[in-house]
Design a protein around this ligand. Structure first.
Ligand code: BES
Ligand code: MN
Ligand code: ZN
Length: 479
């Protein structure tokens, strides 16, 4: 999507749809007075359509030749905060996509740097739709151009565009069926990020076995699609200010294994590589922004299937760091895959490790589809991540991580078991992961099981993948 700053007046701007922002407190007639008689007619029509100016409410009308733009939208801006502007822009993006509109003009008033970013990111997120498998006549094109009227900060254009590109890639990866995105093809997408500053290394099953990654091998052994271990390495041009490892759960399909999921829960389990999609999406954005930070993207890609050679309940897996894990449920597979990835990440001795995973149903029960759960012992890191999430307009909520719950993971035969019971399920999953992270390294776990995939549209995000956390983490790495 091309983004431009336009100095044209609203009646004269040459776009396919002109979206006019209306503040919550504004009187509609006054707000549209600059459009003269047509403004008065619009205000009357919108009033009759019960348009109240509530945040992200949208009405669209033909302009009957009264404006250069053939269509005009009124959109509620709420209190005008970054978050409300982002939501309003998202609603416009969604409405525009519904009509296949190519060139949209947004007149939301003069926008500060953060408002500019919020509006661009919001519009792009709302304009996204995964309809490539629909018949041609049922598909609507995404907008090709967004023009910002009334003044905006051009300095925010490129990072917002980079974030959108990363987020859209993450959404595509989640939305693609598991028949398309499996460990090998996910690795191919990651490899396509290679450039001057990024190298991508992919290990096949044989190498994964030789590298003692018993968790990845165990989970992956029941699939005809062999696992892959992926290491994406971004090196900045100058000396890096810090070194960060981003680890992603890449379960390209989670059937539950022998602890088979019922159909209803299995239906959307192509989304179970959502954590790895965050890693790939962030690195795509990073490739464009090129911050002075060294970044490792580490992904364990496997398919968790129910087959004759699947790993079994009671199996004892020997993990990369030497610990043994007793398998009590083959559906608690993500933590087994992540464990090996976290051990590998620890060996790289980065300053910080962040992992992303659609890890537990428990976090969805606790926090719903808006919030990811944040688990860390590092208060400073938590504060930074929560601030970045706030800036990005993404939901992130800190959850407890008390070490005394570790006793729920005590095993009979091995060092640790892979489930800790129903109570505090998201926390015990995080505590399991902590056993594979070097204590010296600052670490946070982000359980994205709620926001990664929407069963139905929510707050002007289309159903399916949302790219949640790509914006937050890219901001955290670049701000
Ligand atoms: N991939 C699921 C978690 C999940 C649930 C992701 C809903 C997205 C939406 C994970 O592998 C899983 O099955 N977790 C189990 C763990 C249990 C067996 C301890 C769960 O949450 O039920
Ligand atoms: Mn599972
Ligand atoms: Zn899973």
């Amino acid at each position: 999507m091309n983004i431009t700053l336009s100095s044209a007046s609203p009646p004269a701007v040459d776009v396919d749809l002109l979206a006019l922002g209306v503040a919550k407190s504004a009187d509609l007639t006054d707000a549209l007075a600059h459009l003269g008689e047509f403004g008065a007619a619009l205000a009357a029509a919108a009033g009759a359509d019960d348009f109240s100016g509530a945040t992200a409410s949208v009405v669209i009308y033909h302009s009957f030749g009264q404006l250069k733009a053939p269509r005009v939208a009124l959109v509620g801006l709420g209190d005008g905060s970054d978050d409300e502007l982002r939501r309003a822009a998202r609603a416009v993006g969604r409405a525009a996509r519904g009509k296949g509109i190519d060139h949209v003009g947004l007149s939301f008033g003069a926008l500060s740097h953060s408002q500019t970013q919020a509006v661009i990111e919001g519009f792009g997120a709302g304009n996204y739709k995964f309809d490539k498998y629909k018949a041609a006549g049922d598909r609507k094109a995404a907008a090709g151009c967004l023009s910002l009227l009334g003044g905006a900060c051009e300095s925010g254009f490129s990072s917002a565009t980079a974030i959108l590109a990363g987020q859209s890639l993450a959404r595509d990866l989640v939305n693609e069926p598991a028949a398309e995105i499996y460990p090998e093809s996910l690795a191919a997408v990651a490899s396509s990020l290679s450039d001057d500053r990024i190298t991508v290394t992919v290990w096949d099953e044989e190498k994964i076995l030789a590298e003692n990654m018993g968790g990845i091998i165990g989970v992956g052994q029941g699939s005809s699609r062999p696992p892959r271990f992926i290491h994406i390495h971004y090196r900045p041009e100058g000396t890096p200010t810090r070194s960060i490892a981003l680890v992603g759960k890449g379960v390209t399909f989670d059937s539950g294994g022998l602890s088979l999921k019922p159909s209803g829960s299995m239906m959307t389990m192509r989304c179970d590589m959502g954590g790895s999609a965050v890693v790939v999406g962030v690195l795509k954005a990073i490739a464009a922004i090129q911050p002075d930070v060294e970044i490792h993207g580490i992904i364990g890609a496997v398919e968790n299937m129910c087959a004759a050679n699947s790993y079994k309940l009671g199996d004892i897996l020997k993990m990369r760091n030497g610990k043994t894990v007793e398998v009590h449920n083959t559906d608690a597979e993500g933590r087994l895959v992540l464990a090996d990835c976290l051990s590998y990440a620890s060996e790289l001795k980065p300053d910080t490790i962040l992992d992303f995973a659609t890890l537990t149903g428990a976090v969805v029960v606790a926090l719903g589809e808006y919030y990811s759960g944040l688990f860390t012992h590092d208060d400073a890191l938590a504060g930074q991540l929560l601030t970045s999430a706030d800036d990005a307009g993404e939901g992130l909520w800190r959850m407890p991580l008390p070490i005394f719950y570790k006793e729920k993971l005590k095993a009979e035969w091995g060092d640790i078991k892979n489930v800790g019971g129903r109570a505090a399920g998201a926390t015990t999953a995080a505590l399991f992961l902590s056993a594979f992270v070097d204590d010296e390294i600052s670490w946070a776990h982000c359980d994205v099981a709620g926001p990664t995939f929407l069963d139905k549209p929510f707050r002007d995000f289309a159903a399916g993948g949302t790219g949640a956390m790509v914006s937050t983490i890219t901001r955290w790495l670049t701000d």
